[in-house]
Design a protein around this ligand. Structure first.
Ligand code: SAH
Ligand code: F3S
Length: 484
Protein backbone atom coordinates (compact mmCIF):
# COMPACT_ATOMS: atom_id res chain seq x y z
CA UNK A 1 0.00 0.00 0.00
CA UNK A 2 1.31 3.41 -0.98
CA UNK A 3 1.45 6.08 1.69
CA UNK A 4 3.84 8.63 3.09
CA UNK A 5 5.25 6.25 5.66
CA UNK A 6 6.15 3.53 3.21
CA UNK A 7 8.35 1.06 5.09
CA UNK A 8 9.60 -0.54 1.90
CA UNK A 9 11.06 2.71 0.60
CA UNK A 10 12.70 3.91 3.81
CA UNK A 11 16.37 4.57 3.32
CA UNK A 12 16.41 3.96 -0.42
CA UNK A 13 19.05 5.92 -2.23
CA UNK A 14 18.13 7.96 -5.23
CA UNK A 15 19.79 7.35 -8.58
CA UNK A 16 19.22 9.59 -11.54
CA UNK A 17 20.35 9.90 -15.10
CA UNK A 18 24.08 10.59 -15.25
CA UNK A 19 25.49 13.75 -16.82
CA UNK A 20 28.75 13.02 -18.62
CA UNK A 21 30.37 16.34 -17.68
CA UNK A 22 29.73 15.80 -13.93
CA UNK A 23 32.65 14.30 -12.03
CA UNK A 24 31.58 14.40 -8.36
CA UNK A 25 29.52 11.65 -6.81
CA UNK A 26 26.44 12.18 -4.62
CA UNK A 27 24.84 9.51 -2.43
CA UNK A 28 21.42 10.73 -1.26
CA UNK A 29 18.99 8.69 0.82
CA UNK A 30 15.62 9.56 2.33
CA UNK A 31 13.57 8.65 5.38
CA UNK A 32 10.07 9.60 6.49
CA UNK A 33 7.13 10.99 4.55
CA UNK A 34 6.49 11.35 0.81
CA UNK A 35 7.36 15.04 1.10
CA UNK A 36 10.92 14.09 2.04
CA UNK A 37 11.24 11.76 -0.95
CA UNK A 38 9.90 14.52 -3.16
CA UNK A 39 12.30 17.08 -1.62
CA UNK A 40 15.25 14.77 -2.29
CA UNK A 41 14.38 14.94 -5.99
CA UNK A 42 14.56 18.74 -5.77
CA UNK A 43 17.92 18.53 -3.97
CA UNK A 44 19.30 16.10 -6.56
CA UNK A 45 18.11 18.44 -9.30
CA UNK A 46 19.94 21.40 -7.70
CA UNK A 47 23.15 19.37 -7.26
CA UNK A 48 23.13 18.11 -10.85
CA UNK A 49 23.87 21.73 -11.74
CA UNK A 50 26.78 21.70 -9.27
CA UNK A 51 28.74 18.90 -10.95
CA UNK A 52 27.26 15.92 -9.07
CA UNK A 53 26.05 12.59 -10.45
CA UNK A 54 24.12 10.26 -8.12
CA UNK A 55 25.54 6.94 -6.99
CA UNK A 56 24.16 4.01 -4.99
CA UNK A 57 27.59 3.17 -3.66
CA UNK A 58 28.30 4.90 -0.36
CA UNK A 59 31.97 3.94 -0.53
CA UNK A 60 32.70 6.01 -3.64
CA UNK A 61 30.62 9.08 -2.69
CA UNK A 62 32.20 12.55 -2.44
CA UNK A 63 29.05 13.81 -0.75
CA UNK A 64 26.55 11.86 1.35
CA UNK A 65 23.18 13.48 2.06
CA UNK A 66 20.52 12.02 4.32
CA UNK A 67 17.02 13.49 4.30
CA UNK A 68 15.71 12.94 7.81
CA UNK A 69 12.46 12.51 9.75
CA UNK A 70 11.66 13.62 13.31
CA UNK A 71 8.07 12.46 13.63
CA UNK A 72 8.76 9.80 16.27
CA UNK A 73 11.81 9.03 18.38
CA UNK A 74 12.34 5.77 16.50
CA UNK A 75 12.70 7.67 13.21
CA UNK A 76 15.51 9.74 14.71
CA UNK A 77 17.25 6.64 16.12
CA UNK A 78 17.31 5.14 12.62
CA UNK A 79 19.13 8.22 11.31
CA UNK A 80 21.67 8.11 14.16
CA UNK A 81 22.46 4.53 13.15
CA UNK A 82 22.97 5.58 9.54
CA UNK A 83 25.39 8.29 10.68
CA UNK A 84 27.39 5.61 12.50
CA UNK A 85 27.52 3.63 9.28
CA UNK A 86 28.76 6.66 7.29
CA UNK A 87 31.36 7.22 9.98
CA UNK A 88 32.64 3.66 9.64
CA UNK A 89 32.90 4.00 5.85
CA UNK A 90 34.65 7.36 6.16
CA UNK A 91 37.20 6.01 8.61
CA UNK A 92 38.03 2.80 6.80
CA UNK A 93 37.50 3.44 3.08
CA UNK A 94 36.62 6.99 2.09
CA UNK A 95 38.30 9.65 4.32
CA UNK A 96 37.50 12.62 2.05
CA UNK A 97 33.75 11.97 2.07
CA UNK A 98 31.55 14.87 3.28
CA UNK A 99 28.25 14.32 5.09
CA UNK A 100 25.18 16.57 5.10
CA UNK A 101 21.97 16.19 7.09
CA UNK A 102 18.79 17.51 5.45
CA UNK A 103 15.14 17.77 6.47
CA UNK A 104 13.24 17.74 9.75
CA UNK A 105 15.95 16.47 12.08
CA UNK A 106 18.32 19.11 10.71
CA UNK A 107 15.72 21.75 11.44
CA UNK A 108 14.96 20.41 14.91
CA UNK A 109 18.53 19.98 16.14
CA UNK A 110 20.25 22.75 14.17
CA UNK A 111 23.90 23.31 15.20
CA UNK A 112 23.59 20.74 17.99
CA UNK A 113 24.07 18.27 15.15
CA UNK A 114 27.49 19.66 14.28
CA UNK A 115 28.52 19.40 17.93
CA UNK A 116 26.98 15.99 18.72
CA UNK A 117 27.85 14.16 15.53
CA UNK A 118 31.41 14.87 14.49
CA UNK A 119 30.79 13.12 11.18
CA UNK A 120 28.33 15.84 10.05
CA UNK A 121 29.78 18.68 7.91
CA UNK A 122 26.57 20.35 6.81
CA UNK A 123 23.05 20.89 8.26
CA UNK A 124 20.28 22.07 5.93
CA UNK A 125 16.63 22.65 6.85
CA UNK A 126 13.71 21.92 4.48
CA UNK A 127 13.38 25.51 3.20
CA UNK A 128 17.09 26.10 2.51
CA UNK A 129 17.90 23.71 -0.34
CA UNK A 130 18.46 26.52 -2.83
CA UNK A 131 21.35 27.64 -0.63
CA UNK A 132 23.11 24.28 -1.13
CA UNK A 133 25.64 25.58 -3.71
CA UNK A 134 26.88 28.20 -1.19
CA UNK A 135 26.88 25.76 1.71
CA UNK A 136 28.84 23.24 -0.33
CA UNK A 137 31.48 25.84 -1.12
CA UNK A 138 31.96 26.35 2.62
CA UNK A 139 32.25 22.61 3.17
CA UNK A 140 34.70 22.16 0.32
CA UNK A 141 36.89 24.84 1.92
CA UNK A 142 36.89 22.83 5.13
CA UNK A 143 34.32 24.72 7.20
CA UNK A 144 31.07 23.36 8.68
CA UNK A 145 27.99 24.87 7.06
CA UNK A 146 24.46 25.37 8.28
CA UNK A 147 21.23 26.95 7.02
CA UNK A 148 18.05 26.19 8.93
CA UNK A 149 16.11 29.34 8.11
CA UNK A 150 12.43 28.62 7.56
CA UNK A 151 10.83 30.59 4.76
CA UNK A 152 7.49 32.30 4.28
CA UNK A 153 7.56 31.87 0.52
CA UNK A 154 9.70 28.93 -0.54
CA UNK A 155 7.70 26.29 -2.45
CA UNK A 156 10.45 25.24 -4.92
CA UNK A 157 7.86 25.91 -7.65
CA UNK A 158 10.67 26.95 -10.01
CA UNK A 159 12.86 23.87 -9.53
CA UNK A 160 11.90 21.04 -11.87
CA UNK A 161 12.48 17.93 -9.78
CA UNK A 162 14.37 15.11 -11.43
CA UNK A 163 12.34 11.92 -11.09
CA UNK A 164 13.38 8.72 -9.45
CA UNK A 165 11.87 7.12 -12.56
CA UNK A 166 11.11 3.94 -10.67
CA UNK A 167 8.07 2.98 -12.71
CA UNK A 168 7.31 6.07 -14.81
CA UNK A 169 3.63 5.76 -13.84
CA UNK A 170 3.05 7.41 -10.44
CA UNK A 171 4.50 10.72 -9.29
CA UNK A 172 4.13 13.04 -6.33
CA UNK A 173 3.63 16.75 -6.93
CA UNK A 174 3.89 18.98 -3.90
CA UNK A 175 1.26 21.72 -3.59
CA UNK A 176 1.71 23.05 -0.07
CA UNK A 177 4.57 23.19 2.42
CA UNK A 178 4.49 23.52 6.19
CA UNK A 179 1.57 23.21 8.59
CA UNK A 180 -0.22 25.72 10.83
CA UNK A 181 -2.37 23.27 12.75
CA UNK A 182 -0.22 22.86 15.83
CA UNK A 183 -1.53 19.48 16.91
CA UNK A 184 0.03 19.23 20.37
CA UNK A 185 1.88 15.94 19.70
CA UNK A 186 3.36 16.94 16.34
CA UNK A 187 6.81 18.26 15.49
CA UNK A 188 5.99 19.18 11.86
CA UNK A 189 4.93 22.82 12.46
CA UNK A 190 8.34 23.36 14.10
CA UNK A 191 10.43 21.56 11.50
CA UNK A 192 8.60 22.60 8.34
CA UNK A 193 7.38 26.03 9.33
CA UNK A 194 4.31 27.99 8.37
CA UNK A 195 1.90 26.83 5.75
CA UNK A 196 2.20 28.22 2.22
CA UNK A 197 0.73 27.16 -1.10
CA UNK A 198 2.39 26.77 -4.45
CA UNK A 199 1.28 28.74 -7.51
CA UNK A 200 -1.33 26.75 -9.52
CA UNK A 201 0.41 27.57 -12.82
CA UNK A 202 3.66 25.90 -11.74
CA UNK A 203 1.70 22.87 -10.43
CA UNK A 204 -0.08 22.52 -13.79
CA UNK A 205 3.21 22.86 -15.68
CA UNK A 206 4.81 20.13 -13.60
CA UNK A 207 1.84 17.82 -14.25
CA UNK A 208 1.94 18.66 -17.98
CA UNK A 209 5.60 17.67 -18.03
CA UNK A 210 4.79 14.39 -16.23
CA UNK A 211 1.98 13.66 -18.70
CA UNK A 212 4.34 14.31 -21.62
CA UNK A 213 6.78 11.80 -20.10
CA UNK A 214 4.06 9.14 -19.86
CA UNK A 215 3.08 9.34 -16.20
CA UNK A 216 -0.51 8.26 -15.51
CA UNK A 217 -1.17 9.08 -11.86
CA UNK A 218 -0.31 12.09 -9.74
CA UNK A 219 -0.61 12.38 -5.98
CA UNK A 220 -0.95 16.02 -4.87
CA UNK A 221 1.11 16.33 -1.76
CA UNK A 222 1.06 18.47 1.38
CA UNK A 223 0.89 18.17 5.16
CA UNK A 224 -2.68 19.47 4.88
CA UNK A 225 -3.82 19.60 1.25
CA UNK A 226 -7.40 20.69 2.01
CA UNK A 227 -6.02 23.91 3.36
CA UNK A 228 -4.46 24.79 -0.03
CA UNK A 229 -5.10 28.43 -0.89
CA UNK A 230 -3.37 30.48 -3.58
CA UNK A 231 -4.03 34.20 -3.64
CA UNK A 232 -0.88 35.47 -5.27
CA UNK A 233 1.65 34.16 -2.76
CA UNK A 234 2.09 34.51 0.97
CA UNK A 235 1.20 32.58 4.07
CA UNK A 236 -2.18 30.95 4.56
CA UNK A 237 -2.57 32.80 7.84
CA UNK A 238 -2.18 36.18 6.07
CA UNK A 239 -5.14 35.62 3.70
CA UNK A 240 -7.22 38.09 5.77
CA UNK A 241 -4.87 40.86 4.70
CA UNK A 242 -5.18 40.09 0.95
CA UNK A 243 -6.78 42.65 -1.39
CA UNK A 244 -10.39 42.23 -2.60
CA UNK A 245 -9.02 41.31 -6.03
CA UNK A 246 -6.71 38.67 -4.57
CA UNK A 247 -9.58 37.21 -2.56
CA UNK A 248 -11.90 37.13 -5.60
CA UNK A 249 -9.35 35.29 -7.75
CA UNK A 250 -8.03 32.94 -5.04
CA UNK A 251 -7.80 29.20 -5.83
CA UNK A 252 -8.71 26.71 -3.11
CA UNK A 253 -8.09 22.95 -3.00
CA UNK A 254 -11.43 21.92 -4.55
CA UNK A 255 -10.78 24.29 -7.47
CA UNK A 256 -7.19 23.10 -7.92
CA UNK A 257 -8.30 19.46 -7.92
CA UNK A 258 -11.03 20.22 -10.46
CA UNK A 259 -8.54 22.08 -12.70
CA UNK A 260 -6.31 18.99 -12.64
CA UNK A 261 -9.21 16.63 -13.38
CA UNK A 262 -10.41 18.72 -16.35
CA UNK A 263 -7.00 19.52 -17.88
CA UNK A 264 -5.72 15.96 -17.67
CA UNK A 265 -8.76 13.70 -18.22
CA UNK A 266 -6.65 10.60 -18.87
CA UNK A 267 -4.58 10.98 -15.75
CA UNK A 268 -5.62 9.81 -12.32
CA UNK A 269 -5.38 12.12 -9.31
CA UNK A 270 -4.93 11.32 -5.64
CA UNK A 271 -4.06 13.62 -2.77
CA UNK A 272 -2.54 13.33 0.66
CA UNK A 273 -3.00 14.28 3.47
CA UNK A 274 -6.46 15.54 4.39
CA UNK A 275 -7.26 17.12 7.68
CA UNK A 276 -10.85 16.73 8.95
CA UNK A 277 -11.14 20.33 10.11
CA UNK A 278 -10.16 21.71 6.69
CA UNK A 279 -11.97 19.25 4.44
CA UNK A 280 -14.99 20.93 2.87
CA UNK A 281 -17.92 19.48 1.02
CA UNK A 282 -16.88 21.01 -2.34
CA UNK A 283 -13.89 18.65 -2.47
CA UNK A 284 -16.22 15.69 -2.00
CA UNK A 285 -18.33 16.84 -4.94
CA UNK A 286 -15.22 17.13 -7.14
CA UNK A 287 -14.21 13.57 -6.21
CA UNK A 288 -17.74 12.34 -6.97
CA UNK A 289 -18.00 14.22 -10.26
CA UNK A 290 -14.71 13.26 -11.95
CA UNK A 291 -13.92 9.59 -12.58
CA UNK A 292 -10.21 10.43 -12.78
CA UNK A 293 -10.17 11.72 -9.18
CA UNK A 294 -9.74 8.62 -7.05
CA UNK A 295 -12.40 7.47 -4.57
CA UNK A 296 -9.99 7.44 -1.69
CA UNK A 297 -9.52 9.79 1.25
CA UNK A 298 -6.77 9.48 3.81
CA UNK A 299 -8.38 11.19 6.79
CA UNK A 300 -6.25 10.89 9.95
CA UNK A 301 -8.26 11.13 13.16
CA UNK A 302 -5.64 10.19 15.83
CA UNK A 303 -8.26 9.31 18.48
CA UNK A 304 -11.97 8.54 18.81
CA UNK A 305 -12.35 10.39 22.10
CA UNK A 306 -13.51 14.01 22.03
CA UNK A 307 -11.62 14.71 25.24
CA UNK A 308 -8.33 13.44 23.78
CA UNK A 309 -8.97 15.22 20.46
CA UNK A 310 -9.25 18.44 22.43
CA UNK A 311 -5.98 17.71 24.27
CA UNK A 312 -4.39 17.07 20.88
CA UNK A 313 -5.70 20.43 19.62
CA UNK A 314 -7.48 18.73 16.75
CA UNK A 315 -10.21 21.21 15.83
CA UNK A 316 -13.15 18.80 15.81
CA UNK A 317 -15.10 16.44 18.05
CA UNK A 318 -15.80 12.74 17.57
CA UNK A 319 -19.33 13.65 16.44
CA UNK A 320 -18.14 16.22 13.89
CA UNK A 321 -15.75 13.67 12.43
CA UNK A 322 -18.57 11.14 12.21
CA UNK A 323 -20.75 13.72 10.44
CA UNK A 324 -17.94 14.28 7.91
CA UNK A 325 -17.71 10.52 7.36
CA UNK A 326 -21.50 10.37 6.82
CA UNK A 327 -21.15 13.14 4.23
CA UNK A 328 -18.34 11.31 2.44
CA UNK A 329 -20.38 8.11 2.30
CA UNK A 330 -23.46 9.98 1.05
CA UNK A 331 -21.66 11.98 -1.65
CA UNK A 332 -19.12 9.33 -2.75
CA UNK A 333 -20.75 5.94 -2.22
CA UNK A 334 -18.13 3.24 -1.66
CA UNK A 335 -15.28 5.69 -1.10
CA UNK A 336 -12.25 4.14 0.61
CA UNK A 337 -11.25 5.89 3.79
CA UNK A 338 -8.05 5.40 5.80
CA UNK A 339 -6.82 6.67 9.15
CA UNK A 340 -3.78 7.59 11.19
CA UNK A 341 -4.21 6.70 14.86
CA UNK A 342 -2.13 7.35 17.96
CA UNK A 343 -2.39 4.97 20.94
CA UNK A 344 -1.48 6.16 24.44
CA UNK A 345 -1.55 9.95 24.15
CA UNK A 346 -1.03 11.49 27.64
CA UNK A 347 -4.02 11.00 29.99
CA UNK A 348 -5.68 8.48 27.62
CA UNK A 349 -7.93 6.17 29.68
CA UNK A 350 -9.32 2.77 28.81
CA UNK A 351 -12.63 4.52 28.08
CA UNK A 352 -10.93 6.90 25.59
CA UNK A 353 -9.31 3.87 23.96
CA UNK A 354 -12.71 2.15 23.68
CA UNK A 355 -13.99 5.31 21.97
CA UNK A 356 -11.20 4.91 19.41
CA UNK A 357 -12.17 1.30 18.73
CA UNK A 358 -15.88 2.13 18.41
CA UNK A 359 -15.13 5.01 16.04
CA UNK A 360 -13.13 2.62 13.86
CA UNK A 361 -16.11 0.23 13.79
CA UNK A 362 -18.37 3.14 12.85
CA UNK A 363 -16.21 4.32 9.95
CA UNK A 364 -15.11 0.87 8.79
CA UNK A 365 -11.73 2.13 7.60
CA UNK A 366 -10.20 0.44 4.58
CA UNK A 367 -6.61 0.92 5.78
CA UNK A 368 -4.81 2.40 8.72
CA UNK A 369 -1.42 3.69 9.88
CA UNK A 370 -1.18 3.24 13.60
CA UNK A 371 1.43 4.43 16.09
CA UNK A 372 2.23 4.41 19.80
CA UNK A 373 2.53 7.97 21.14
CA UNK A 374 6.13 9.20 21.11
CA UNK A 375 6.86 12.40 23.01
CA UNK A 376 8.60 14.99 20.83
CA UNK A 377 10.74 17.66 22.48
CA UNK A 378 9.41 21.20 22.09
CA UNK A 379 5.82 20.25 21.26
CA UNK A 380 3.02 21.55 23.49
CA UNK A 381 2.22 18.04 24.72
CA UNK A 382 5.85 17.55 25.79
CA UNK A 383 5.91 20.89 27.59
CA UNK A 384 2.50 20.69 29.26
CA UNK A 385 1.67 17.02 29.76
CA UNK A 386 3.24 13.97 31.35
CA UNK A 387 3.87 11.06 29.02
CA UNK A 388 1.89 9.05 31.57
CA UNK A 389 0.52 6.03 29.73
CA UNK A 390 2.88 3.12 30.52
CA UNK A 391 4.73 1.64 27.51
CA UNK A 392 3.08 -1.77 27.91
CA UNK A 393 -0.40 -0.17 27.96
CA UNK A 394 0.44 1.85 24.82
CA UNK A 395 1.63 -1.35 23.19
CA UNK A 396 -1.42 -3.43 24.06
CA UNK A 397 -3.84 -0.66 22.98
CA UNK A 398 -1.92 -0.27 19.74
CA UNK A 399 -2.17 -4.02 19.16
CA UNK A 400 -5.95 -3.93 19.68
CA UNK A 401 -6.22 -1.08 17.18
CA UNK A 402 -4.06 -2.93 14.64
CA UNK A 403 -6.06 -6.16 15.09
CA UNK A 404 -9.37 -4.36 14.60
CA UNK A 405 -8.04 -2.59 11.49
CA UNK A 406 -6.96 -5.95 10.07
CA UNK A 407 -10.52 -7.24 10.54
CA UNK A 408 -12.03 -4.12 8.94
CA UNK A 409 -9.59 -4.18 6.01
CA UNK A 410 -10.46 -7.80 5.34
CA UNK A 411 -14.15 -6.98 5.21
CA UNK A 412 -13.65 -3.88 3.05
CA UNK A 413 -11.41 -5.64 0.54
CA UNK A 414 -13.92 -8.46 0.15
CA UNK A 415 -16.58 -6.03 -1.08
CA UNK A 416 -14.97 -6.12 -4.52
CA UNK A 417 -15.34 -9.89 -4.96
CA UNK A 418 -17.18 -10.61 -8.20
CA UNK A 419 -16.95 -6.94 -9.29
CA UNK A 420 -15.10 -5.52 -12.29
CA UNK A 421 -12.57 -2.88 -11.20
CA UNK A 422 -10.27 -0.46 -13.06
CA UNK A 423 -6.59 -1.09 -12.40
CA UNK A 424 -3.66 1.16 -13.35
CA UNK A 425 -0.72 -1.21 -13.84
CA UNK A 426 2.32 -0.07 -11.83
CA UNK A 427 4.76 -2.98 -11.79
CA UNK A 428 5.28 -6.70 -11.80
CA UNK A 429 3.71 -8.55 -8.88
CA UNK A 430 6.24 -9.27 -6.14
CA UNK A 431 5.03 -12.84 -5.84
CA UNK A 432 4.89 -13.81 -9.52
CA UNK A 433 6.59 -12.58 -12.68
CA UNK A 434 3.57 -13.76 -14.66
CA UNK A 435 1.30 -11.20 -12.95
CA UNK A 436 0.93 -7.43 -13.00
CA UNK A 437 0.29 -5.38 -9.88
CA UNK A 438 -1.55 -2.06 -9.76
CA UNK A 439 -4.15 -0.17 -7.79
CA UNK A 440 -7.83 0.58 -8.23
CA UNK A 441 -9.33 4.01 -7.65
CA UNK A 442 -10.12 2.97 -4.05
CA UNK A 443 -6.38 2.32 -3.54
CA UNK A 444 -6.57 -1.47 -3.18
CA UNK A 445 -3.64 -3.36 -4.72
CA UNK A 446 -4.81 -5.74 -7.45
CA UNK A 447 -2.87 -8.51 -9.20
CA UNK A 448 -3.78 -10.36 -12.40
CA UNK A 449 -2.12 -12.39 -15.22
CA UNK A 450 -0.08 -10.16 -17.55
CA UNK A 451 -1.40 -11.31 -20.96
CA UNK A 452 -0.41 -8.55 -23.44
CA UNK A 453 -0.95 -5.60 -21.13
CA UNK A 454 1.91 -3.36 -20.06
CA UNK A 455 2.95 -1.03 -17.23
CA UNK A 456 0.92 2.22 -17.38
CA UNK A 457 -2.18 0.61 -18.95
CA UNK A 458 -5.64 1.14 -17.45
CA UNK A 459 -7.25 -2.30 -17.41
CA UNK A 460 -10.66 -3.62 -16.35
CA UNK A 461 -10.19 -6.61 -14.06
CA UNK A 462 -12.82 -9.08 -12.91
CA UNK A 463 -12.12 -9.87 -9.24
CA UNK A 464 -12.21 -13.60 -8.49
CA UNK A 465 -10.41 -13.82 -5.14
CA UNK A 466 -8.82 -11.69 -2.44
CA UNK A 467 -6.55 -11.63 0.60
CA UNK A 468 -6.80 -9.07 3.47
CA UNK A 469 -5.51 -6.20 1.38
CA UNK A 470 -5.08 -7.50 -2.18
CA UNK A 471 -7.54 -8.29 -4.95
CA UNK A 472 -6.85 -11.11 -7.40
CA UNK A 473 -8.52 -11.30 -10.80
CA UNK A 474 -8.37 -11.50 -14.57
CA UNK A 475 -8.22 -8.76 -17.18
CA UNK A 476 -11.30 -8.29 -19.36
CA UNK A 477 -10.07 -5.37 -21.52
CA UNK A 478 -8.95 -1.74 -21.43
CA UNK A 479 -10.92 0.83 -19.45
CA UNK A 480 -12.14 4.18 -20.78
CA UNK A 481 -9.13 5.86 -19.13
CA UNK A 482 -6.78 4.11 -21.57
CA UNK A 483 -5.46 6.59 -24.12
CA UNK A 484 -3.93 5.39 -27.35
N1 SAH B 1 -0.58 15.99 8.22
C1 SAH B 1 0.51 15.12 8.14
C2 SAH B 1 0.79 14.36 9.37
C3 SAH B 1 2.21 14.00 9.40
S1 SAH B 1 2.63 12.98 10.67
C4 SAH B 1 0.47 14.22 6.93
O1 SAH B 1 0.75 14.67 5.87
O2 SAH B 1 0.14 13.02 7.04
C5 SAH B 1 1.90 11.42 10.19
C6 SAH B 1 1.27 10.74 11.34
O3 SAH B 1 2.24 10.44 12.33
C7 SAH B 1 0.23 11.58 12.08
O4 SAH B 1 -1.01 11.60 11.44
C8 SAH B 1 0.18 10.89 13.41
O5 SAH B 1 -0.73 9.81 13.42
C9 SAH B 1 1.59 10.33 13.57
N2 SAH B 1 2.34 11.10 14.57
C10 SAH B 1 2.68 12.40 14.53
N3 SAH B 1 3.32 12.77 15.66
C11 SAH B 1 3.37 11.66 16.45
C12 SAH B 1 3.89 11.39 17.74
N4 SAH B 1 4.46 12.35 18.47
N5 SAH B 1 3.78 10.13 18.22
C13 SAH B 1 3.18 9.16 17.50
N6 SAH B 1 2.67 9.36 16.28
C14 SAH B 1 2.76 10.59 15.75
FE1 F3S C 1 1.16 17.51 12.35
FE2 F3S C 1 -1.35 18.07 12.85
FE3 F3S C 1 -0.05 19.37 10.92
S1 F3S C 1 -0.45 16.03 12.70
S2 F3S C 1 1.49 17.94 10.21
S3 F3S C 1 0.37 19.47 13.08
S4 F3S C 1 -2.15 18.59 10.87
Amino acid sequence: MEKEINEEKQGTSLVLEQKAENSKKLFIESYGCAMNFSDSEIVASILTEQGYNTTQNLEEADLVLVNTCSIRDKAEQTIRKRLEKYNAVKRSINPSMKVGVLGCMAERLKDQFLEQEKIVDMVVGPDAYKDLPNLLKEVEEGRDAINVILSKEETYGDVAPVRLNSNGVNAFVSITRGCDNMCTFCVVPFTRGRERSREPQSIMEEIQDLWAKGYKEVCLLGQNVDSYLWYGGGLKKDFDKATEMQKATAVDFAQLLEMCAIHFPKMRFRFSTSNPQDMHEEVLHVIAKYPNVCNYIHLPVQSGSTRILKEMNRQHTREEYMALIDNIKRIIPDCSISQDMIAGFPTETEEDHQDTLSLMEYVEYDFGYMFAYSERPGTLAARKMDDDVPEEVKKSRLQEIVDLQQKLSEKRTARFLGETVEVLIEKESKKSDAHWSGRISENVVTVFPKENYKVGDFVLVKVTDCTTATLIGEAVGFSEMQSN
